[in-house]
Design a protein around this ligand. Structure first.
Ligand code: 5AD
Ligand code: SF4
Length: 377
């Protein structure tokens, strides 16, 4: 029996897909080269922006004929679209055999082993669901050679106004530090020494008296670990202690992904981000002082509700002033149920596109002025 997993979205989804692959392999399934050759097809979906959701749903649509020609094959939808739209997806796509919401990934094995039982939670899943972290019975399949993601927390409790993640992934749950270190140690003993600590906001990690700065040092001292990276940081929780730990620990890769989202104080307040433009700039200065070799990358949203040309110019000038090393820039996409989703999406599509093009052109010119240096993660 063979399986195939198609993953959309962020690194958290990649890690969740590795977990799902581990569940399937522990049930005796082998990886197929393509969906068409698989007995079980899993689609791991993203809904952070409408475009991401549309792509995932359009892929599900393409599997209709596959199911018609292979009625015994089973197709499952997991991830953030599953959380947002739930069982209604089975009405829209009758060829789906099950739906596993992102915040219930620990039920993956139950759902896949008993088709149609998506609403039933097994006692085993409850027992193993320490802080909502998947069952250890399903060890993740490690797909990326000598490099691996280690999930340190799931979900998010920040409720940035535009963001659907807290609704579809649930509140922040932090894994026990001993469990994280065991996982790192077991990876390192298999020759996987390049570790990336993963969470929606890694800087707010806190479990059994261990904060993120301490976790960095503990992870780096695990025997066999070659390097430590971390994703994603939140400016409001990036403390001096974390900056110093990351700067001084030789095994930490000096890349800080520090999403700013906007350079306008008015928009940052509307976004509920918990810092100001000056606060972000002084954080960047602090990182550069402690760690001159640091590469700092960011996420930017253009065209949030009420964003004026002058707000956008604040973002533009911040990106320029901070000499950021790379941006991921997105057009604002209203998400139902979020605080921003209740506001009018009042920046025109053409203004969003034009601002996106300008910020990406700035990125290209900053890269040119550095002599084309690109960030290696
Ligand atoms: N519209 C556009 N971009 C968004 N992001 C999150 N929510 C939205 C949204 N509704 C972006 C943010 C975040 C990145 C992962 O996706 O920049 O940091
Ligand atoms: Fe979304 Fe904000 Fe949480 Fe990031 S920190 S996942 S942007 S709510």
């Amino acid at each position: 029996m063979k399986y195939f997993i198609k993953t959309f979205g962020c690194q958290m989804n990649v890690a969740d897909s590795d977990f799902a692959a581990g569940c399937l392999e522990s049930c005796g399934y082998y990886l197929a080269d393509a969906a068409q050759e698989a007995d079980v097809v899993v689609v791991n979906t993203c809904t952070v922006r409408q475009h991401a959701e549309d792509r995932a749903l359009s892929y599900i649509g393409t599997l209709k004929n596959f199911k018609k020609n292979n009625p015994a094959a089973r197709i499952y939808l997991m991830g953030c679209v599953a959380s947002r739209l739930g069982e209604s997806l089975k009405k829209r796509f009758p060829h789906l055999d099950g739906v596993v919401p992102a915040q219930e990934i620990e039920r993956f094995a139950d759902v896949v082993s008993s088709p149609g039982m998506t609403e039933k939670k097994s006692p085993a899943a409850d027992r193993n669901n320490r802080a909502g972290v998947p069952s250890e019975n399903c060890l993740s399949v490690r797909s990326s050679g000598a490099s691996e993601f280690v999930t340190i927390s799931r979900g998010c409790s920040n409720f940035c106004s535009y963001c659907i993640v807290p609704y579809v992934r649930g509140p922040a749950r932090h894994r026990a530090s001993a469990e994280i270190l065991d996982e790192i140690s077991s990876l390192a003993s298999k020759g996987i020494g390049r570790i990336t600590l993963l969470g929606q906001n890694v800087n707010s990690y806190s479990s059994d008296g261990v904060g993120f700065a301490a976790l960095i040092n503990m992870a780096a001292s695990v025997s066999g670990v070659e390097s430590i990276g971390f994703l994603t940081s939140h400016p409001k929780d990036m403390s001096d202690e974390i900056i110093i730990a990351a700067a001084r620990e030789p095994k930490v890769r000096k890349i800080f992904h520090l999403p700013v989202q906007s350079g306008s104080d008015r928009i940052l307040a509307l976004m509920n981000r918990g810092y100001t433009r000056d606060g972000y700039l002084s954080l960047v200065a602090k990182i550069r002082k402690e760690c001159p070799a640091a590469a700092i990358t960011t996420d930017i949203i253009v065209g949030s509700p009420t964003e004026t040309e002058s707000d956008f110019m604040d973002t533009f000038s911040l990106a320029e002033a901070a000499r950021l090393d790379g941006f991921f820039a997105f057009k604002y996409s209203p998400r139902e149920g979020t605080a921003s989703g209740r506001l009018a999406d009042d920046v025109s599509q053409s203004a969003k596109e034009e601002r996106l093009a300008r910020i990406l052109e700035l990125q290209r010119s900053l890269i040119r002025s550095r002599g084309g240096r690109k960030i290696k993660s």
